[in-house]
Write a protein that binds this ligand. Sequence first.
Ligand code: B1M
Length: 210
Amino acid sequence: MSLEAIYNAVLSGNAPLAKSETQAELDAGTSAESILNEACIPAMTEVGRLFEIGDKFVPEMLISARAMSASMSLLKPLLAEAGVEQVGSVVIGTVAGDLHDIGKNLVGMMLEGAGFKVIDLGTDVSPQKFVDSVTEYSPDIIAMSALLTTTTKSIINTIEALNEAGLRDKVKVMIGGAPVTQDFADRAGADGFAPDAGSAARHAKQLLAA
Ligand code: B1M
């Protein structure tokens, strides 16, 4: 039982072990915040780094994300009670007309692992629903995922809808997905683009600092 054991359980994607080690560490008096900041987040940061350099692959990233979620299921209520500050909040969704959600879910999990509060609107999210979410949740970032060439147009429509609602300057917009490129992001008027889930979490932090 140690923070290192939780770190290793998340890194290796062992969800039952991550959960039992987290419970043991909490029982021993370690704060939820310490477990999050000194074990879970560093483990997910390492997973993201290994993914970016090609030493981990999507399935391994998913099982690490699940292990982190198992630990987070115990930590979340305690963090909320303690009023621990999140690094920021993100509304995430797959854009209108698009039902692919595996990448979006991965990005959401990595953002959670990096300390963001994540509000997931699901798939096939209309521009209006993204617009409404800005008023409802006041997120720092709207994160849009698109997997089809045809649905990248929904990203443009959503950014236009934010402009028309007068809300564009209230929120940063980050986009990604297989057909999305930095060039497309620049043309669409997004604030940020990330090619994969590992760099999405890092990029979201940079957007907050910008
Ligand atoms: Co579909 N599909 N699919 N599909 N599907 C693709 C995307 C396709 C490339 C397959 C192909 O033809 N080779 C093709 C799109 C072609 C194109 O437009 N360029 C395609 C098609 C055509 C379709 C349908 C139209 C098929 C049909 O019905 N005729 C249909 C469309 C349905 C719809 O959405 N309206 C369809 C349906 C489906 C399924 C439902 C069967 C299923 C989705 C299940 C689900 O998601 N729950 C599915 C799947 C599984 C795929 C493939 C095989 C795998 C996608 C995936 O999950 N990859 C895909 C082919 C492929 O990609 N090889 C394909 C793994 C995932 C981890 O990667 O989603 O890329 P990805 O996410 C990455 C990055 O892109 C990035 O980070 C993630 C992790 O690193 N990222 C972000 C993603 N979002 C981000 C957001 C960010 C930052 C980074 O910031 C906000």
